[in-house]
Design a binder for this molecule. Sequence first.
Ligand code: ADP
Length: 396
Amino acid sequence: MSAPSIIVIVEAEASTRATLCGILKYAGYRVIGLKKGADALKTILRSPFDAVITDIKLPDVGGIEILELAKEINPDAAVIIMTDCASVETAVDAVNQGAYAYFVKPVNPDEMKTAIVNALKQQRLSLENKRLVESLQRSNRLLFEANEELKKANGLKSEFMAAMSHELRTPLNVIIGFSQLMLDGVPREINEEQRQCLKDILSSGEHLLHLVNDVLDLSKIESGKMELKLRNTDLTDVIESLRRTMMPMLAQRQQSFDVKLGKRLPLVHVDEARVRQVLLNLLSNASKFTPDRGKLEVRAVREGDWCQVSVIDNGIGIEKVDQERIFEAFDRVDNPVTREAGGTGLGLTIAKQIIEMHGGRIWVENEYGKGSKFTFTLPLAPTVSHAQGEERVGSK
Ligand code: ADP
């Protein structure tokens, strides 16, 4: 149980003082009854108190002086002024200076008790509020400091990853280059067993290089070091060149590749190499996660000030629960097809960052088991006219 609140009562008139002291003591408070203003000043200077009830006109010291000192020592203290009719104006001034209330004499003791109960309740609430605000400010400060530390650590991590990836690329390119050369019969012909070993070295090297390149890209993005070289770009050319690049892979799997473009598709204002990277990732995924003889399709249409590009397949699709998390770094859906397909789990994370750096967005819609549709938006070139085209269909 908390200690009882301490109330100082300053009243020259003995019977009023005794009544107030009695009723408040009975209500459970610790009461100090004083006759003189000077004693009141000494008491509030020396000992703790929660509330003061004082006559405004004491024979020696004014009630206002007691109010001022009480508020100076304990700004949260409740001070109640008692006055006669002649001094009501001064009592109103006292309230304006911070007194909780004033009572015109003769004071009704029950009303005074209610006022004290309310004043102390309000005081407790305001103290509690103050404590909460202070603790919130402290937590905020700690959170801010922890956040700054995290940012610093994250920056260091990105720098370290960028440096590491850069250093790993050189020896990896040597491994890849020499295994390629030896597979081509340089410096001399090799037997079948050696060919198989070299093929394994080459594919592992390429896989590792892919991972290192992805990590390098991601750390560049995270540390704000990836810069976009924005130019007005014709997406039709980008998609056509990607189709040529993908053709051997698609032919091997007997997968079709349709392209549906809005007629007179407007130019987009993008970093062509980065958009190519995004499309290549989406198309490789579409092929990877679609069975042999499946269908791939790229669509691009103008939507207001944006060009909306979709990569569609009729492969395994992605369950609803996995659709958000596949954009997180290293997140892959765990199923036999994805395990078999291999990959880094970074492609979509990088794609999302690149698209968002262009101001666009990327999302996936699909029906599990029926295929996936990845769509992203790119900003149109500033000079684009507002003509809207029909659909042009190309297929291979
Ligand atoms: P990776 O393909 O290297 O694993 P990504 O970030 O490109 O990494 O893709 C993350 C995961 O999203 C994949 O492992 C796969 O589970 C899922 N995914 C991406 N594209 C498709 C798709 N077209 N169809 C089905 N699942 C897909």
